[in-house]
Design a protein around this ligand. Structure first.
Ligand code: PLP
Length: 374
């Protein structure tokens, strides 16, 4: 069997057919989209249309989307904006945020802002009562991701916004993992800021956007004045058009992903493998499965599968290789459970045959450990 890639949450397999189509489109149209000649204007139109389509898919206006180099930059932009517009105040983030949110918050802490961390419960969900207790008259921003990158658990962001708006607090949500995996209506959810990334949905690395309702957003990168002066740097027409097309395809693929995830979990059960799921399944992404194997250490499983050309992860890409296991699972349960938990994330290229082969290998390892004690 060739490589079996089950680490889509770290980065998706690319939709290379879309890449090829867009290359063909741009082969004769390589001009700078800011140039004022026919070729430039043609590319500018492509850029505008891709933004319109992305905005439409999220039920927002195109002028509320700022293209960036990805989720990390978009997250940084939000905290930079807060630092520029407030002298001090309190910021609440959840304990499952991506490092680009956590470290942005830590930067603000050094500037005198107070950072409060909201813990998640063992089902992987933040609790509104706990959030309510952390809110004070000084709270200026709440930043909670829409879905977690390790458990896939979806957070109640619309309810967070309702609570925050009673106190006039800004809300940011990192939607990097949720984008293209669930239907997202940003207008209905009501957040002030949302960050997204292209490479999680099969588009290019180093592309994404920040959604903001704020007309006076503080630019993080200044220069040529692209993106209405909010994000300078020559626009990436290729990245934008590929992103638009990958998003359309991902949204059409949601039901198919869910079927594959259900098949994976049903097969684990059918093979009598001793496992539990980390995080609620009622409200989770259709592509991420976080599994606790009582009889198998995570690192052992990752290595065993790797030898068999199957690629999974111990948590987020940033923390893989960490023998102690995922901090998020550790916080939800304990260190022992984290050391026995792995993330398997599927995608458009995952086949039933690949799932069968993987489950077979997991069963093989569990049987070896139980029968020989090794
Ligand atoms: N936020 C989350 C939840 C992520 O999973 C990631 C990627 O790992 C990022 C942000 C960073 O996005 P990017 O890789 O586009 O900078």
């Amino acid at each position: 069997m060739n490589n079996i890639y089950l680490d889509y949450a770290a980065s998706s397999q690319k939709h290379f057919d879309i890449f090829r189509d867009v290359i063909t489109l741009l082969e004769e149209n390589y001009a700078n989209p800011s140039s004022n000649h026919k070729l430039g204007k043609f590319n500018n139109k492509l850029l505008t249309n891709s933004k319109l389509s992305i905005a439409e898919n999220l039920n927002v206006n195109a002028d509320e989307i700022i293209f960036t180099s990805g989720g990390t930059e978009a997250n940084n932009m939000v905290f930079n904006h807060i630092a520029n517009n407030f002298e001090n105040g309190e910021i609440i983030i959840s304990d499952i945020e991506h490092p680009s949110v956590k470290e942005s918050a830590e930067k603000l802490e050094k500037l005198g802002f107070k950072i409060l961390t909201l813990p998640t419960s063992s089902d992987g969900i933040i609790k509104l009562e706990k959030l309510n207790k952390l809110i004070s008259n000084n709270t200026i921003l709440i930043s909670i991701m829409l879905a977690n990158n390790e458990t896939g658990v979806i957070q109640p962001i619309a309810e967070v916004v309702k609570l925050a708006k009673q106190h006039n607090i800004l809300v940011h949500s990192d939607i990097v993992q949720a984008l293209g995996k669930i239907e997202i209506d940003l207008d209905k959810i009501g957040v002030d800021f949302a960050s997204a990334s292209a490479h999680k949905i099969g588009a290019t690395n180093n592309f994404g956007f920040l959604y903001t309702k704020d007309n006076n957003m503080t630019p993080l990168i200044v220069g040529g004045g692209q993106e209405k002066g909010l994000r300078s740097g020559t626009s990436d027409v290729f990245g934008a058009v590929v992103f638009q097309k990958c998003l359309e395809r991902s949204i059409n693929n949601i039901k198919d992903l869910q079927k594959k995830k259900d098949y994976f979990l049903n097969s684990l059960n059918a093979n009598n493998i001793n496992f539990e799921i980390n995080g609620t399944q009622q409200n989770s992404l259709p592509n991420i499965i976080n599994l606790y194997f009582k009889n198998i250490q995570a690192q052992r499983l990752i290595t065993y599968l790797d030898v068999n050309n199957i690629y999974i992860s111990g948590g987020s890409a940033c923390s893989s290789g960490n023998i102690k296991g995922s901090k998020i699972i550790s916080n939800m349960f304990d260190e022992n459970r984290a050391e026995h938990s792995v993330r398997i994330s599927i995608g458009f290229d995952t086949t039933q045959e690949m799932i069968d082969f993987t489950i077979n290998k997991i069963k093989q390892l569990e049987t070896n450990i139980l029968s020989r004690g090794i």
